[in-house]
Design a protein around this ligand. Structure first.
Ligand SMILES: [Mn+2]
Length: 319
């Protein structure tokens, strides 16, 4: 299906002339999809519309403050919209019941695959929260905003830009964040919760990682391996972002994290800090990804063998 591209003001007209909204977030939800959904839901409710959010997966307790921003309303949904969803495949268990029924998609992914009747797409926005911010402004002027909407959208911007560190955070992103900071919410608490706070189980896991780091290729490659037992010692949320650890080390050009799968096979995640193309390295083992982040798998191979094969190819790439 080809979506009809629409502008922010056309999207605002769409919301004004429809009601009983169901707002879909993508599965394995992040701060952007949830921040947009809760901000939009609250704005619509403040306009006297009926609105609710839905997501296929459980929402982490880190987002509890967002849940408090909306009223739970009981009604039969009539208008289905999605936020930060690049492809219906990413809806998880909501794909079957809702794909083909989505009236409007609001997104920022260059890779967006059309699925909705109408599409508000800002492919160069750092987060879907950028078009959602403009939409809420168009819907109600500055009056519709409040501290709770601002906190939701700030979280979306902050989490999708690695706390405003990634190159996708533009001057426009910072200007929207600055407008949001005019409202009275605790942004430093939000950044603490999403970027600094770790569970005790995660800290214990990191302790073993730091203790067991192996260096190869004159210290230009750092490698960590994690067994099932180690991975099962933490919640799945705590196991996110581990691939970033080896590449934090000064002088390391290629970071590798091996994770053991439930079936015993090993998945290697590679991160490049230099011109080394890790996608090319992984393709030699049937894997793929991007030049700076890629992965591959080793089946029916011992960990020692998998390491040896991979380090050999990394060594050639570094030479
Ligand atoms: Mn996003």
């Amino acid at each position: 299906m080809k979506s009809e591209p629409i502008s922010v003001s056309e999207a605002a007209d769409f919301f004004k002339t429809h009601d009983n909204f169901l707002i879909l977030s993508h599965a394995n939800p992040d701060g952007d999809t949830l921040g947009c959904a809760f901000a939009l839901c609250r704005a619509l409710q403040k306009l006297g519309k009926k609105a609710k959010n839905i997501c296929a997966d459980e929402i982490s307790t880190r987002f509890d403050f967002m849940k408090e921003a909306v009223e739970s309303q009981d009604f039969e949904p009539q208008t289905v919209v999605s936020v930060d969803v690049a492809d219906t495949k990413l809806l998880g268990d909501l794909e079957k019941p809702y794909s083909g029924k989505i009236e409007l998609a609001i997104d920022h992914h260059v890779s967006h695959v059309d699925f909705a009747k109408k599409l508000l797409l800002e492919p160069y926005a750092a987060a879907a929260a950028e078009p959602v911010y403009k939409l809420i402004l168009e819907l109600g002027g500055g009056e519709l905003f409040d501290a709770q909407i601002a906190a939701c959208l700030y979280t979306a911007l902050s989490t999708d830009t690695g706390c405003f560190k990634y190159s996708c955070a533009t001057a426009a992103t910072h200007r929207i964040a600055a407008e949001l900071l005019e409202y009275d919410f605790d942004h430093s608490r939000i950044d603490y919760v999403f970027f600094d706070m770790k569970t005790k189980a995660r800290i214990a896991l990191e302790e073993t990682i730091y203790r067991d780091i192996e260096y190869y290729c004159d210290g230009k490659c750092a490698l960590v391996s994690l067994t099932r037992e180690q991975l099962e010692s933490v919640d799945s949320e705590d196991a996110n972002g581990l691939s970033a650890i080896p590449r934090m080390i000064e002088g390391v050009e290629v970071g590798v994290v091996f994770k053991q799968r439930p079936n015993g096979s090993w998945k290697a995640s590679l991160r490049s800090n230099s011109t080394v193309d890790v996608q090319k390295i992984c393709s030699e083992f049937g894997g793929g990804g991007h030049t700076k982040a890629a992965g591959c798998s080793f089946y029916n191979t011992s960990l020692a063998d998998a390491k040896k094969q991979l380090v050999e190819v990394i060594g050639k790439a570094l030479a």
